[in-house]
Write a protein that binds this ligand. Structure first.
Ligand code: ATP
Ligand code: MG
Length: 567
């Protein structure tokens, strides 16, 4: 199956199409992706990125990358850098449009002065607690602030002095004057500015008042000429306020459209929660391969295309839902199946000696690089008397239908010969199987066509003398609970076995040349990539991206068809 399958439903596309048909909009489509640089991007953000950049591409417009950097207490330049890297890696290009809400601070200030002049904003001396108390509830109206009726002149003077730094943090705020009895709490005189004597990662100490999200966001959209401001559902109740500001300011009004956030099973998609995992050391960092961050997925071996494909598959809707993480794994498996070269690797080695194979003989056996891609060609794999196979591929007491190796039983070595297990050598003290003595049938070399003898099982192997050693990391879900965000304490839901590190794994020699990030399939074991962080030239570390779901079935099927009828 190709990964360029048809597109899932996306109601936003339909809206824009309809507008174009009705000629409601003669403008080209301009969208924006507006992250707050207070953490790394996660898979939920990927949905928003694919949507915003995708819609812009589809309708011949463009998408701005706008940093919503209005809260200097939590934002840092390292997050700006990581966000840029991640969006680029996902395959999107914002061109010249790397923009910052902080670039509009002066303009936003002027807009606020304009509202004060219109009598639509006032400086309030209530504390944050008092403001909350005055706000009322969903069933009760709020109460007006005693400072609400200050004159325009007084408000202008106080606001200017707030900006000049005359007051400490929290002493005053600027609020819009809308309606304390509105059934929509967002319309009850929302705060526009607060005092924060905190250095900003871009504006330094130029400002000590900072705009609130609601005040900055819509006006930034307007300044940039955004046609469609796509945001997540929790902003639906903010839309009346978004529209109110733009109408009062009498400036260009983009259209806000809300869509459902992406939630994923067995993980959390909230920067705050991911931050906690990093800060408390439950993971090695934002780019830990178990993290649902873009950086983590990249390090784990996910491809940009597989993530884009996943976002396409889940579609865009108005209703909240939780997507199964298996769908994300499916997307990467499909893509890697197309592009990853196949290699042999033994994760838990068991020594195997072919007693009838000459001591110093080495054969170069031909192996297919990727059966899905004939252009990937073939390679040579060295074969010799002493091999390693997977411990799991041998059983002293095999259950019924165990078609791998057992005493007196035969199996095919992939790309090589049929072998028979003649003797089992154990550690006399522990009883552990440490070596198998086998014989091979020289008439059964794969592809040589000399014998059409068949056996049921095929196993992978590496030549002991030629193999290279590596550490391999296997990952399981970070959380044991399908909905960890719903647990009282996230930490209790962590899966203690989410990382398994295997040292002394033995790999086919050509794996030495794999570069970090490139995906390979270890036959029967899954898709892997070199870890980009812990990799050293003298120390190979591989991450498993995903296991193969049905590796066995596939190999057996392929073998049956290639063994086909002979003349
Ligand atoms: P978080 O809860 O992780 O902090 P956020 O919404 O506060 O997320 P922002 O940096 O403000 O993070 O998000 C940038 C954009 O990404 C916003 O437009 C937001 O709506 C969108 N976004 C964030 N999380 C998701 C998600 N889970 N699904 C879809 N879009 C998302
Ligand atoms: Mg946010």
């Amino acid at each position: 199956m190709s990964t360029e399958a048809p597109k899932a439903s996306n109601f936003i596309r339909n809206i824009i199409n309809a507008e174009l048909e009705n000629r409601q909009s003669g403008k080209k489509t301009v969208t924006r992706f507006p992250p707050e640089p207070n953490g790394y991007l996660h898979i939920g953000h990927a949905k928003s990125i694919c949507l915003n950049f995708g819609v812009a591409q589809e309708f011949g417009g463009h998408c701005n990358l706008r940093f919503d950097d209005t809260n200097p207490a939590k934002e840092e330049d390292q997050f700006v850098q990581s966000i840029k890297e991640d969006v680029k890696w996902l395959g999107f290009d914002w061109g010249e449009s790397e923009l910052y809400a902080s670039d509009y601070f002066e303009q936003l200030y002027d807009f606020a002065v304009h509202l004060i002049e219109k009598g639509k904003a006032f400086v309030d001396d209530l504390t944050a607690g008092e403001i909350r108390e005055h706000r009322g509830t969903l069933t009760e109206p709020g109460r007006e602030s005693p400072y609400r009726n200050r004159t325009v002149e007084e408000n202008l003077d106080l606001f200017e002095r707030m900006r000049a730094g005359e007051y400490p943090d929290g002493a005053k705020v600027l609020r819009a004057k809308i309606d304390m009895a509105s059934p929509n709490l967002n319309m009850r005189d929302p705060v526009l500015y607060r005092i924060l004597h905190t250095e900003h990662h871009r504006t330094g100490n130029s400002w000590c008042i900072y705009p609130m999200y609601d005040w900055a966001h819509g006006q930034s959209d307007s300044i940039e000429g955004i046609t469609h401001s796509l945001c997540t559902l929790e902003f639906e109740d903010h839309r009346p306020l978004y529209d109110w500001f733009l109408q009062e300011l009498e400036i260009y009004q983009p259209r806000q459209i809300e869509f459902a956030r992406m939630n994923l099973t067995y993980t959390v998609v909230s920067k705050r929660k991911l931050m906690l995992l990093v800060a408390e050391g439950h993971v090695s960092g934002w780019d830990d391969p178990r993290m649902p961050t873009i950086a983590g997925l990249r390090r784990r071996g996910f491809t940009p295309k597989s993530i884009r494909r996943f976002c396409e598959l889940i579609g865009v809707a108005k209703r909240e839902s939780i997507v199964g993480v298996a769908l994300l794994e499916h997307s990467v498996r499909e893509h890697l199946n197309e592009i990853a070269q196949r290699r042999m690797a033994v994760l838990k080695p068991l020594k195997l000696v072919l007693e009838n194979y000459p001591e110093d003989k080495v054969e170069e056996l031909e192996a297919v690089n990727n059966p899905e891609d004939p252009a990937a060609g073939k390679r040579k794999v060295p074969f010799s008397r002493v091999l390693y196979i997977e411990q799991d591929d041998f059983r002293e007491d095999p259950p019924r239908k165990f078609f791998r190796l057992a005493p007196g039983k035969e199996v095919r070595l992939r790309y090589a010969y049929i072998i028979k297990c003649e003797e089992v050598i154990k550690n006399p003290e522990t009883g552990e199987v440490i070596e198998l003595r086998c014989t091979y049938d020289p008439e059964t070399r794969s592809g040589a066509g000399s014998s059409d003898r068949k056996v049921k099982g095929t196993i992978h192997w590496v030549s002991a003398e030629h193999a290279i050693s590596a550490e391999v990391r296997l990952y399981d879900r970070l959380f044991s609970s399908a909905n960890p965000a719903g647990e009282e304490d996230l930490r209790q839901a962590l899966n203690p076995d989410s990382l398994q590190r295997l040292e002394g794994c033995k790999l086919e020699p050509c794996l030495e040349e794999v570069v970090p990030g490139a995906g390979v399939q270890f036959e029967r074991l899954g898709y892997f990539c070199v870890d980009s962080v812990d990799y050293r030239p003298d120390r190979l570390v591989f991450n498993r991206t995903v296991p193969l779901r049905d590796g066995w079935a596939k190999i057996e099927k392929a073998q049956q068809s290639s063994a086909g009828p002979k003349k």
